[in-house]
Design a protein around this ligand. Structure first.
Ligand code: NAD
Ligand code: ZN
Length: 451
């Protein structure tokens, strides 16, 4: 156990009590933003130590270290009881439950989630209309948090590390991980049907002994979650987790689809199908690449105003035209766009995105997640006429190797993240984030766990 003096010191520094809940030994870690020692409560020694720390960053690091040493001592190897938003049935509002989160096993990490957000992939699998239903389940895969403890064999992560859990992983050992071209790790590539951990197939979540399924190996709609260490990217601890949490899926997916896969040349035209967070991140990639024209295609006209902030200057709403979108775009661009990126998940939009690229050199990239029974139908002449069709998960980024660098792009001002965040809700109101997405309102809604 922590000594009384170190506990008192950290309580004084944190300005809040660290709560132990009887025998379950739960420790609530406060969020770090805006923490200051309160003059009246801090002891003389803590005030001296605190004043010697030059910057707020140093203070945050000290707080982080002290809090985590306490956390590690009190919860490592033990079951943690905490709040999680559980989906009991397809399409029904999530329910706040107290769950038990088992300690991380071999090659696993237990993470305290501080911020999470909702991506459309969560909604598809929660609705389970075109997907295999698996319930009860804890959804969520876009998030930021802090490592609480690590399991056997984890050498590259330690308690206190600031991390983003990622829905697809990097084992570092397979042919894909060794290839410069692929991020489709043999062991840890996205698997939407797995409800347990790779190590033993079991779930680390339970309620009164009843297991609750994981989702994408991340399950971030829980105050604590267990993730394979190959699905955890360690990032700059100075990066604000309430912003960079969206780098963990939507932002990197769209950005990488353009920068790493479509690769438009300077001055070229790019059509983006679907102007949600993923599509707007693809537009951000087109802007960074110096695209000459960025054309946004969406059925929801509310998206157009927001998209202007992302350099999208021309818009097509398929509902406003009698002719196929491919033809509308061909007429706007003298035969077709140079590149297109599809970010809708709608099979018709996928076909349109392919058929609207220019023959001879056009490249289309599919990003949206289709329904289980969808089939892509196009005439083979479209390929013979030298159009290329590609697809990508996670923007072709290798999660552990590349994602810290995407966070740095934000830290050095190349990437703008704030414009993606249109709503914030406390964890207890997570169902509001679903309502916003179902109504097509806003771009990303950040869910604050401690609130
Ligand atoms: P979102 O719901 O915020 O945005 C999707 C947009 O597509 C909406 O604005 C909607 O109006 C529009 N749309 C739907 N059907 C359309 C059509 N036929 N034509 C034109 N526009 C249409 O969703 P999001 O979070 O931005 O995610 C976008 C897609 O990317 C989803 O399918 C999601 O599952 C997928 N995704 C894929 C990956 C990957 O790695 N490949 C990762 C994350 C998300
Ligand atoms: Zn691998």
């Amino acid at each position: 156990m922590a000594s009384t003096s170190s506990l008192a010191l950290s309580q004084a520094l944190l300005g809040r009590a660290i709560s132990h809940h009887g025998s379950d030994q739960r420790v609530s870690l406060p969020t770090f933003s805006g923490l200051k020692p309160t003059g009246s409560r801090a002891s003389a020694s803590s005030r001296i130590i605190y004043s010697q720390l030059r910057t707020s960053h140093h203070r945050v690091c000290l707080l982080s270290r002290i809090t985590h040493s306490l956390l590690v001592m009190s919860t490592t190897g033990q079951v943690i009881r905490c709040k999680a938003a559980v989906a009991w049935e397809a399409g029904k509002p999530l329910e706040m439950e107290e769950v038990e989160v088992a300690p991380p096993q071999k090659h696993e990490v237990r993470i305290k989630i501080l911020f999470t957000s909702l991506c459309h992939t969560d909604v598809y699998f929660w609705e389970a209309k075109g997907q295999t239903p698996l319930f009860p389940r804890i959804f969520g895969h876009e998030a930021g948090g802090i490592v609480e403890s690590v399991g056997e064999g984890v050498t590259d992560l330690q308690p206190g590390d600031h991390v983003l859990p990622i829905f697809t992983g990097e084992c570092g050992d397979c042919r894909h991980c060794h290839s410069e071209e692929s991020n489709m790790c043999d062991l840890l590539r996205i698997n939407t049907e797995r409800g347990g951990m790779i190590h033993d197939g079991e779930s680390r979540f339970s309620i009164n002994g009843k297991p609750i399924h994981h989702f994408l190996g991340t399950s971030t709609f829980s105050e604590y979650t267990v993730v394979h260490s190959g699905q955890v990217a360690k990032i700059n601890p100075e990066a604000p987790l309430d912003k960079v949490c969206i780098v963990s899926c939507g932002l990197s997916t769209g950005l990488g689809a353009t920068l790493n896969v479509a690769k438009p040349k300077k001055g070229q035209s790019v059509a983006i199908f679907g102007l949600g967070a993923v599509g707007l991140a693809a537009a951000e990639g087109a802007r960074i690449s110096g695209a000459g024209r960025i054309i946004g295609v969406d059925l929801n006209p509310k998206r157009f105003e927001e998209a202007k902030k992302f350099g999208v200057t021309e818009f097509v709403n398929p509902r406003e035209h009698d002719k196929p979108v491919q033809q509308v775009i061909a007429e706007m661009t003298d035969g077709g766009v140079d590149r297109s990126v599809e970010c809708t998940g709608n099979i018709q939009a996928m076909i349109q995105a392919f058929e609207c690229v220019h023959d001879g050199w056009g490249v289309a990239v599919l990003v949206g997640v289709p329904s289980k029974d969808d089939a892509f139908k196009t005439h083979p002449m479209n390929f013979l006429n030298e159009r290329t069709l590609k697809g990508t998960f996670f923007g072709n980024y290798k999660p552990k190797t590349d994602i810290p660098g995407v966070v740095e792009k934000y830290m050095n001002g190349e990437l703008e993240i704030e414009k993606f965040i249109t709503h914030t809700v406390p964890f207890s109101e997570i169902n509001k984030a679903f309502d916003y997405m179902l109504k097509g309102e806003g771009i990303r809604c950040i869910i604050t766990m401690g609130a």
